[in-house]
Design a protein around this ligand. Structure first.
Ligand code: GAL
Length: 696
């Protein structure tokens, strides 16, 4: 288990701050001076600096000038504000990209990018690595022992994928290593007998491209894995440079950001192994026409839970927008209170620090209309400033009560596996537009989120001891299942665990080869069923599903995809059937008691309504209980954290209407400083929250 990140071990203070770009205001010393006063006024105690400041730090090749940074660090320190010092690799200076064009990435058509933009560089380029190493070393030598600096913020949102000859050569080396230099093993794994595209040697391998090979799934998946590892390797490269020149070792992180659409990003479970603490950038889509704010909030909570569960330790919310962003299709204003509530939610789910993007709104270029703590007028008399002051007040109350470093305990785990996503989104079949993996999890998660039942997220590498601690594991759409993960989960069920999976799960092994004995092969005995066919549905299709579970009738519908499954084991329970369409009457949900546990297979994708009923039945069957029971109406959510002697209870209202709720036990209201008795009804305003604690 990783150490919890705390700003000040002596006081265990929760963090509060923003990305701070003083380099944009160097000609305005008055503004730089005011920044500190405004930060103090709004309760900022930590800022991130430097992630896009390379041109100012290395003004021309080899000429470093850290004066402005030193001045800012000193000033921040005097004002009692700590710093996450960033390395600037996300945006190299123009002199560098002009002089060394090879550091710009090459796309899948072989076109090299022009100079400019950010996060679009070749991570294999020796020049780029050398330049990054040099600046990181200089920064570490200059500032690792600066009293303001508490951690390293390495780069910003890693995400480049480059197809240049160097990256392709590295890819071939990666494959040589992976396949032990055995081209025949690669041909077997990639099934390259198909279309007779056999590779005779590793030199023949080219990266996937719309101009070349892109249907060999093994190749495409390997390319994604390679890039994930390359990003991680680059992170390590940056860290090594910092370590080499540091006078004091400080914790390091990089900010995660791709959680929906994970097939396009690095594997964060792998990254998490290397980070000293987790941090992420949260940009919710509030006020959408497609779903409620409460449903949006459930999705954000799911990601917070990921960030907590990978280290089983608190994380930093590195970026969040204090108002409308500038890049969504429609950049909506937040309803009063929603911004504060969103920050409170991050704390409830395990954050120990709340940061915003950004401290001060820039006057020009791309992000000039992105919200900031300080708007262009520089006034404190704004709605955003007032809401952030409110967050600050809540952080003070929670810090004083001992929230920092406290934990969450999950009885349920969801499998959210990057390698599975890489494979699933490559496979051809079912539908051109595949179901969204994140949305599948969100539908299952939302009812648990509302009740305060914590969830961990795990992947194929989860240690067996950890797996054994969960009462239930949900693994929807686990298309790609390495034998060893299949075996781990089977042992978990045999020993008394409960696994829920399906549809289109357990189809291919770690090389994306269909199991020799067909669908579900490694789990056939455990699942007690046979799967024959899977197919896609049009967006407008809804095949009725009727199920009976714990004496309740549950209705749902199959959307997007469906399987045809058949009970095989004598002791199978047929819990649900299709109730309309060509397959009406056929099995849609089969439960199979196995060893000391049980497995469930859904042949369809349940929606949040379905899961509402499913969980209420499972909560009874498996005696799952939130740490505190509450009477909550839809739109409300409960979350808890514990610090050994005290439980913190967050009740949050993500609906536009005021609500009432009550808890089964008496609690102390941290903001109003009074006791609320068991079953006493209390109010929560529209987009409001209540913070309680109790001794345990
Ligand atoms: C983030 C990025 C920030 C800023 C922000 C705007 O993804 O890290 O630098 O651009 O988006 O919402």
């Amino acid at each position: 288990m990783k150490q919890a990140f705390t700003l000040e071990p002596s006081y265990r203070r929760l963090g509060h701050g923003a990305d701070y770009f003083p380099e944009q205001w160097l000609k305005r010393p008055d503004i730089l001076r005011r920044d500190l006063e405004d930060m103090q006024a709004v309760g900022v105690n930590v800022v991130s600096i430097g992630m896009f400041a390379w041109s100012f730090l290395e003004t021309s090749e080899g000429h470093y000038n850290f004066d402005f940074l030193r001045e800012r660090l000193d000033a921040l320190h005097s004002a009692g504000i700590s710093v996450f010092l960033a390395t600037p690799s996300a945006a190299p200076p123009r002199w560098m990209t002009r002089r060394y064009p090879e550091i710009m990435l090459t796309d899948s058509y072989g076109r090299r990018r022009y100079s400019g933009e950010r996060i679009c560089h070749c991570l294999s380029s020796e020049v780029f690595r050398e330049k990054v190493s040099a600046i990181n070393q200089k920064l570490a030598a200059a500032f690792s022992d600066h009293p303001a600096v508490v951690a390293w913020h390495v780069s910003n949102e890693y995400g480049s994928t480059c197809h240049c000859p160097k990256c392709q050569a590295k890819f071939r080396d990666y494959l040589r290593n992976y396949f032990d230099n055995d081209i025949e093993a690669l041909n077997q794994a990639w099934y390259s007998s198909f279309w007779s595209h056999i590779y005779d040697n590793f030199e023949e391998i080219e990266a996937p491209s719309p101009l070349g090979e892109q249907h060999c799934h093994g190749l495409v998946i390997a390319w994604k894995r390679f890039h994930s590892e390359l990003m991680l390797d680059f992170y390590r490269h940056e860290c090594r440079a910092i370590d080499q020149a540091s006078k004091r070792q400080l914790p390091k992180t990089t900010n995660f950001h791709i959680f929906n659409g994970i097939q396009n990003g690095p594997d964060y479970f792998d990254f998490a192994q290397e980070l000293d603490f987790i941090s992420w950038d949260d940009y919710p889509y509030w006020h959408q026409t497609s779903h409620s704010n409460a449903y949006e909030a459930a999705g954000r909570a799911l990601i917070h839970d990921f960030c907590y569960s990978v280290h089983q330790a608190p994380f930093v919310l590195m970026e969040s927008s204090p108002g409308a962003v500038n890049w969504q299709d429609v950049c909506t204003l937040r309803a009063p209170g929603l911004q504060t509530l969103s920050s409170i939610q991050a704390l409830a789910h395990g954050a120990d620090s709340i940061q915003y993007f950004q401290w001060r709104a820039s006057r020009g270029s791309s992000e000039k209309f992105h919200a900031a703590v300080m708007d262009h007028s520089g006034s404190r008399d704004t709605r955003i400033f007032r809401e952030i002051s409110e967050v600050s007040h809540a952080l003070d109350c929670l810090s004083e009560a001992g929230l920092a470093g406290s934990h969450r305990h999950a009885q349920i785990a969801f499998v959210y596996d990057w390698q599975n996503a890489y494979a699933f989104y490559e496979c051809e079949g079912l539908r051109k537009q595949k179901p969204n993996y994140f949305e599948i999890l969100r539908a299952a998660y939302a009812p648990l989120w509302a009740q305060g039942i914590a969830v961990d997220l795990i992947d194929r590498n989860c240690p067996e001891e950890q797996i054994g601690q969960y009462k239930l594991i949900l693994a929807p759409l686990l298309y790609s299942l390495p034998r060893n993960f299949a075996n781990k989960l089977e042992r978990y069920v045999a020993a008394g665990g409960h696994l829920t999976t399906g549809p289109f799960s357990c189809r291919v092994d770690e090389n994306d080869l269909v199991f020799e004995a067909g669908a579900l092969d490694p789990w056939r005995e455990m699942l007690g069923l046979r799967l024959e066919e899977s197919g896609g549905l049009y967006d407008s299709d809804a095949i009725a599903v009727e199920a009976y579970c714990a004496g309740q009738k549950i209705r749902s519908s199959a959307r997007l995809i469906m399987d045809l499954i058949y009970p095989e084991a004598d002791n199978c329970e047929l819990l649900g059937r299709y109730a309309s369409g060509d397959f009406a009457g056929q099995a849609a949900w089969i439960r199979h008691p196995y060893g000391h546990g049980s497995s469930d297979y859904f042949a369809f994708l349940g929606d949040a309504d379905f899961y509402q009923h499913y969980w209420s039945a499972e909560i009874q069957r498996l005696a799952l209980k939130p740490p505190v029971s509450a009477k909550l109406i839809p739109g409300l959510s409960l979350a808890t954290r514990e610090n050994g002697s005290r439980r913190f209870i967050f009740v949050m209202n993500f609906s536009p209407d005021p609500a009432r709720a009550s808890l089964e036990t008496s609690v102390y209201d941290l903001m109003n400083r009074e006791t609320v008795e068991a079953e006493e009804v209390f109010e929560i305003g529209a987009y409001g929250y209540r913070l309680f604690c109790q001794e345990i």
